[in-house]
Every structure is written in C-alpha cells, then in structure tokens.
Unconditional design. Structure first.
Lengths: 753, 124
C-alpha cells in the first residue's frame, strides 16, 4: 500500500512538472489565473476611469484609436490635447505597442481590462522562462509566476489608469534574454531587444530606464555567477548585439521621445523617500483606496507567503546573487530616507534625474523575491524526489501556499478595483474639430465631442503657444483677416487641407502648436508665436499641411530594419542580417542629409509667471548686490514690489551659479512685516526651471517668487532670501561675503517696500 | 501528454473567449444630452462665477500662471461634475454648453486660452 502510494506520488509530481513544462498547459494555467485576477473588473469595462491621470492617458489612447479607425492614419499627432502634441514623442502614451490592437478592436475603454490581463499572462510566461533557467523543476517558476505578475503594483496602476506601467510585466523577458545572451545563444539578443521595444513603445517612462538599470545589474550578476561561461567570446558578442538591437528596435519611439524631452526637459525636485519599515504596508497590507485615492497600503502587495518561500529559497546558493540585487533594490526604494541614498546617486545620472518615485523600485524587489521563492518551492520538492512517499504532502503544501498567495493578490486587486472612481462612457458628438478652452481634469471627455482641450497638464513642460484660443470661429485663419479668405477642405489629426485666397502675400495660421515635423505643400511653414503658420504668396492655393516628422519616419524605418535583422539573426540568415545591419547607418545618414527638418528648439526657460530666466544683465530698476555664499553661488541683484490692489508681493532674485553645488539646496524667501507678520515663498528651483545643481554656470538667472501679503498701505515689509540644505538638519548656507548687503541670520535683505 | 496539450489549448482559448466576451458585453450606462432651458441654467452655474474663481486661483498660486489655470479648471471640473449629477446628463453635454458659449460670444476679461504647461517641480 505504502509502495503504491509512493509510486502514485512520484507519478503525480512528474505529471505536474510535465504540465508546467508544456507550454499549452502552462499558458492555460496562466490565462485562467489572470482571468480570476481581473474577473470583477470586466463588468465595468465600458466605464471611464475618472482619476486625474487616467483622464490624460485615456485621451492619448482614445485619440490614437480614433486616428486609426476614423482616418486610417498612424497616430503621430494628437491635436485634442494641449493645442496639439507629438503623440509618438509623448513619453506616457502607450499606443506604440502590440496591445494597441486590442484598443482598436474593442475600443480604448473595453480594451483596458483585456490589455491588463494579456500583459499579466505575458508577465507570467516571462517570469516562468526567466526563473526556470535557475530551478531544477518547472513547478516552482510556474507557481510563482502569477504571484509576480499579479503584484499589487499592477492593481495600483490599473486604479490610476496607468496602464503603461504594465510594461513592467516585461522585465523578466529582458532578464531572460540577457541570460540567453550570456550563454552565447542568438535568441537572447532578440528577446531582450523585443522586450525593450515593447516597454518603450508601451509608454515606459519608468519601465524603460528601470529595465535598463536592471539589465546592467543582471549582466554584472551573470558575470559574477558564471565567470567561465561569460568568458566565451559568443557571450560578449550576443550582449553587444542585444544592446545595439535594443537601441535600434526602440528607435521608432526612443528618437521622438528623446527629441521631445531635450526640447522640454522634465524637472523633478524634492527628496522623496520612506524608511524600510513602512514597506511592510506596501508589501503585506491589502489596498484600501477610498474617495478615489490610494493610501500606501498594498501599493506593491506581494503577501507573506513569498517571504516564507523566499526564506527557503535562500538555502540554495544559486539564489544569493538575487539576494544581493534585492538588497540593492530595497536600498534604492528608500529614496532619500537615509543619509546614504542610492536613489540620490542614480538621480545624478543622465535620464535618471527625471525619476520621481523611488518606491517603484520595489517591484524589482518583488520580482527577485519571487525568483528566490521559486527556488524555495524547488527546495520543498527536493525531499519528494528523494523520498517518493513525501510527494503528495509536499506537493499539497507547495500548491496550497501558491493558492493562498494568489488569493491574497485577487483580494487586493478586487479591493483596489472596488475603490475606483468611474463614470459612464463618453457621449459622442460628431462635428468639425475645434479647440476648446478645455480642462485637464476632464481631458478624457473632449475628443468624443470633437474638441481639443487647450488646458493642459503633462509631466514635462511641453511647448505650447500662448496664442492658442478656444473661441475661434475658424481654426484655420489669416493673420491679417483683410488679406483674403480661408476654407477648410479636409481635416485629420495628421493633415489639414485649406483653400486660401489671398489678395496679397499673407500668412495662414492654424490653431495648433508648431512642431518642425509639420510640412506644407505650398509656401513656407513657419513657427508663428508657437502656432503653425504658412507664409503664402498672393493668389488661390490649396494648402496641404501634413505631419511627417523625421524622427517617426526614419525611427520607424530603423526599427523595421532591426526587426529584419532580428529575424535573420534568429534564423541564421547571414546575408540578410548583414544587409539589415548595414541599412541602419544608411538610414541615419539619409535622415540628416536628405530630409530637411530643423530640430525641435528648446523654448527659453521661463519663470512660473512667464518671465525669462536667463537674462543678459540686471534690469535698470534692479538693486545690484554681490552676496557670496559658502558655496559657488551668488546673488547678483534683486527687485521687489507689491500691488496693494491684489495684495501680492513680488520678488526677483538674480542668481549666478559658478560651480558645483549640493544636490539638495532650497531657496527660502521671507516677507517680514512691521506688524509682525511673516509670509514665505520657498521653492526648490531657480526660476521654476533649474535645480541649483543643474543650473547653467556663470549665467545671470532671474528667480521670481510671489506671495499673498494683503498688506495695509502703511505696513512696511522686508524681504529676505537665503539658501538652505533640504536634506539632513535644515541648516542655512553660510554667507561668505555680504558685499555690503544687510545680513540677518544668514539671510540676505534683498528689498523693502 | 497529447491530451494534456490539447486540454491546455482548449482551456486557454476558453479563458480568452470568456475575458473577451465579458469585456465586449459589459453594460454601458445610458447617458442623455442637456437641452433647452437646462442648458441656460448650467451655463449660468458655470460662467457666472468665473471671475471669482480666477481671483481665488491667482491668490492660491501667486505668480504661477499654469498653477492658477490648473486651480481654476480644478474648481470648474467640480462644478461640471455636480451639474452632471444634478441634471442626470452626460458630462460631455455640460462641457459642450461651456464650449458653445465661449465660441458664441467674447466677453472682455474672460479667458479663452490656457497658460502653457509648466508643471510644478514638486507637487506632492
């Protein structure tokens, strides 16, 4: 009897291992797991997520779907938001990836849960493949895959409408590709590059840089773990190809995004961070959003089971590499909570200085924890191999733990979805497109009524014309209305046809933002105060204005060439791969020699009140100063005034940064009245444009600040300015040389009124 | 393993079909448009208060044009939502009332544009 039981146990374990190993059964398990996870979301598939970020992100996807469905065009330009923006160059739009097909097929609303589910399945399969390379049995990775892919971070992202963060599901594919490349396998470079292209195309503002960092760390781990393998030349070759192929495959999206961010860099101030002990709320507490907002609880819900299995997994030496990376990821996730900050070091690097939330690195922690937990299941199953009669109890324990863990994730997902703020699907009003004043808090509701929202929020200061209007009788008009007439012939997001009759040479204006990617069939297309302008000769013209940016055209061609290379490389067609690789430099050369298009210009940095930051000299009515601090930064002048009518006091401080200053430096502005009142206008960035550390050197920088004073006419105010360290004890920066200015407690008196 | 593979394919397809079906057949809440006098009423609720909301926004964010516009529209969105709920109509219909009015008449001092996007460096 005992022998028979042992035989049956061993048979069951073998059968389950084979089922986990076989792709169809594994995918069935993953698909059903994802279906269970998202089950309660589907009944609300036709509803709109009303969270503020979801408004903007939905607009991007909605407009892309409309562009394809209604006009059969590629979604390159989005005229429905901010007065028009380069859709492909906006880092947060997610339409440039395969899930967009679901949006086109089902519509952007109904596709959202399907995309989340599909990405989860992709994440599970990626995790399985990655973890499987490190376990003896297929069962551990298969059981832990839904735990990684169902992490609370994804529920948190769905809640906010950040579907683009589902790109993180592809992180294991990047690691899997690197593992293969380290073994000298050709497929490695292709997996790695395809995963990167997917992440970047899917709006990976965080996903892309994070995947890049993780990839570098994983290569180093690979070097450390198996030095003999990586010494093979083929490993270096494959890693090199993975890097080059990743860049080229991402070109269609990376090029436009880089151009956009160079023209309008994202400024990220502050010192976010939280101590490690608070992570238990994120990782082990179920989410409980209320009133449309999430608390810390459950934001990266993983569950305690992973910890138990993680502890078992650490008994295996091969999991120690993951442990090192895991510890690093926890450290980065704490942000600036401790004196030594890994996140702070990352923020010193190009691109990464735009990262905002350090706790998002906890997802990497969870990924690595799940990898080690899969080893833990492997460890649990080892006795079953040695003592067959232990098979069923051990298996029951492993499966029971996995089910318990997944139950926690399902409950977390449901709690998260239950707290979502939803409204009915938007009403459709078909009519000619026009700009409206708009409202970014309701941005998702404008495209369906054929209106664009000029009111705009984005994470970066995207270039917008101040001349845009939401009350025009015609969206295409002449600068001088008396010089002729215009009539719209045809309109689509990427193209506008206008019949223009001019009695004398004139300028046609289009009520959308200028971008160098716009081209006109007649006359000269120009930037008119940030609007699209076309200078035309006298006469009758059919003007065809089209958006064909170089970065999309040639970036797309480079991506196509890299896909051809990837296919040829995978299938070992050497001649094809050589041609495809050769096409890339030819395309790049052609892009900059044959295609006439100026690079997008960076608008001059401005203060929040619209005044220019970089100035040649002090204004005539400014007060010259020469106050030198203990750091290489000085105050060169100041100007103060107040308006009794609106009760607002204003100060302009003219700074000059002469060398490297600390990362965390704040500017304090104190208004002190003769009646004992004290008002502040503290801020982090000079002119709302530069953190002091990244400010241009040796330039005169105007830094404007205002505060509501509501002062009585006889009230006398003194305005003081100082620098202070925003991290650590809040000390003020000492003044090295006052240059004759009045100093009070390390503050400079910059003016009185 | 042949049967097992077949079972896997069938189960996967079934799960995909169930998900697709649930998404495609999810009920859509019917919405109606604002008409007649209700449009006038809603317009007054939205437009009459604009100067005061502009002043509030200026005082909330002195010297910060984008934040002022953002605060103004934030308050406007609350009124739009409340009018949507009170009149039991589509939110887009309420937005359309405001847009139609802006396109129909120019009122001195009333802004028809928006300040260029300039997110605050730190807004948490």
């Amino acid at each position: 009897m005992a022998e028979r039981l042992a035989e049956r146990s061993a048979e069951l374990v073998r059968w389950l291992r084979r089922a986990a190993h076989a792709m169809p059964t594994r995918l069935a398990f993953f698909t059903i797991s994802a279906l269970v996870l998202f089950w309660t979301i589907f009944p609300h598939a036709a509803d709109l997520n009303e969270f503020r970020d979801a408004q903007v992100l939905f607009n991007y996807e909605d407009v892309a779907v409309r562009t394809v469905r209604k006009w059969f065009e590629l979604p390159l330009w989005n005229p429905y938001y901010c007065g028009g923006l380069y859709a492909l160059g906006t880092p947060q739009s997610r339409f440039a990836a395969p899930p967009f097909l679901l949006s086109v097929l089902f519509g952007p609303l109904r596709a959202a849960p399907l995309i989340a589910m599909a990405m989860s399945v992709l994440g599970m399969e990626g995790f399985y493949r990655y973890a499987r390379t490190r376990t003896a049995s297929a069962l551990g990775p298969a059981l832990m895959a839904p735990i990684f892919a169902g992490n609370g971070f994804f529920a948190f992202s769905f809640f906010h409408g950040w579907l683009n963060f589902y790109g993180f599901e592809l992180l294991p594919w990047v690691l899997f590709g690197i593992d293969l490349a380290l073994r000298g396998r050709r497929q490695g470079a292709v997996y790695c590059a395809a995963a990167f292209a997917f992440i970047v195309g899917f709006g990976g503002t965080y996903g892309g840089p994070l995947a890049g960092l993780l990839a570098i760390a994983h290569v180093l781990r690979g070097f450390a773990e198996s030095p003999r393998k990586v010494l093979r030349a083929s490993a270096y070759r494959e890693l090199g190809i993975a890097l080059a192929l990743s860049l080229c495959m991402c070109a269609f999206r990376l090029w436009p995004v880089i151009e956009s961010l160079i023209a309008a860099p994202r400024l990220m101030a502050g010192a976010p961070g939280e101590p490690v002990d608070l992570f238990r709320e994120r990782l082990f507490w179920l989410s409980a959003p209320g009133d449309g907002n999430y608390t810390r609880a459950g934001q990266q819900y993983t569950g305690m089971v992973v910890c138990w299995l993680f502890a078992l997994g650490l008994l295996r030496k091969r999991s120690w590499g993951a442990l090192v990376l895991l510890a690093l990821s926890v450290w980065v996730s704490t942000g600036f909570a401790y004196e030594k900050s890994a996140f702070g070091a990352l923020r010193e690097l190009p691109v990464l200085h735009m990262l905002r939330y350090p706790e998002r690195f906890l997802l990497i922690t969870c990924l690595l924890a799940c990898e080690v937990a899969a080893q833990g299941i492997d460890w649990l199953l080892t006795p079953a191999r040695l003592v067959p009669k232990l098979g069923i109890p051990v298996l029951a324990l492993a499966i029971g733990l996995a089910i318990y863990a997944q139950d926690g994730l399902v409950r977390n997902q449901r709690a998260s979805a239950a707290g979502m703020w939803r409204s009915p699907a938007p009403l459709e009003i078909e009519r000619p497109f026009a700009q409206a004043r708009g409202n970014r808090w309701l941005a998702a509701h404008y495209a369906s009524i054929s209106r664009g929202s000029l009111n705009c929020w984005e994470a970066y200061p995207l270039p917008m014309s101040s001349a845009l209007r939401g009350d025009l009788p015609q969206e295409e008009y002449l600068l001088d209305p008396a010089s002729g007439t215009t009539r719209r012939l045809d309109w689509s997001p990427n193209g506008i046809d206008v019949l223009v009759e001019l009695r004398a040479p004139g300028k046609l204006l289009i009520n959308q933002n200028y971008h160098p990617g716009w081209h006109s069939s007649v006359g000269t297309l120009v930037d008119h105060e940030g609007l699209i302008g076309v200078e035309l000769p006298a006469g009758k013209h059919e003007v065809h204005v089209r958006f064909r940016p170089r970065s999309a055209v040639f970036g797309g061609l480079i991506t196509l060439a890299s896909f051809a290379f990837a296919f040829a490389w995978w299938t070992q067609r050497r001649r094809v791969s050589a041609y495809a690789a050769g096409a890339v430099p030819v395309l790049l050369l052609s892009a900059f020699t044959l295609y006439t298009e100026p690079l997008p210009k960076q608008p001059p940095p401005t203060n929040a009140d619209g005044s220019l930051v970089v100035v040649d000299a002090l204004p005539p009515d400014a007060r010259p100063l020469r106050v030198e601090f203990d750091l290489p930064i000085e105050i060169a002048g100041s100007r103060v005034d107040r308006d009794i009518g609106d009760g607002i006091g204003r100060v302009e401080v003219f700074w000059r940064v002469k060398g490297l200053v600390p990362q965390h430096l704040g500017i304090s502005v104190h208004f002190e009245s003769s009646k004992g009142r004290f008002v502040t206008a503290d801020h982090d960035a000079i002119g709302a444009s530069f953190l002091p550390r990244r400010a241009p050197r040796d330039e005169l920088l105007r830094d404007a600040a205002s505060a509501v004073l509501d002062s009585a006419p006889d009230e006398h105010w003194r305005v003081y300015v100082c620098l202070w360290y925003t991290r650590g004890p809040p000390d003020r920066v000492k003044i090295h040389d006052s240059g004759g200015a009045v100093i009070d407690k390390d503050r400079v008196l910059v003016g009185e009124f | 393993m042949g049967y097992l593979r077949m079972l896997g394919v069938i189960l996967s397809l079934a799960a995909v079909m169930v998900a697709g079906g649930r998404a495609a057949l999810a009920g859509r809440t019917p919405v109606t448009e604002l008409k007649g006098e209700a449009r006038e009423r809603v317009l007054h609720a939205l437009a009459d208060d604009e100067p005061r909301r502009r002043t509030d926004a200026i005082r909330a964010f002195p010297g910060d044009r984008w934040s002022q516009g953002d605060a103004f529209t934030g308050r406007e969105s609350e009124i739009v939502r409340s009018q949507t709920a009170v009149n039991k109509v589509a939110l887009e219909s309420v937005l359309d009332v405001l847009d139609a009015d802006l396109h129909a008449r120019r009122v001195p001092g009333r802004q028809a544009g928006a300040p260029p996007c300039k997110p605050r460096p730190q807004y948490d």
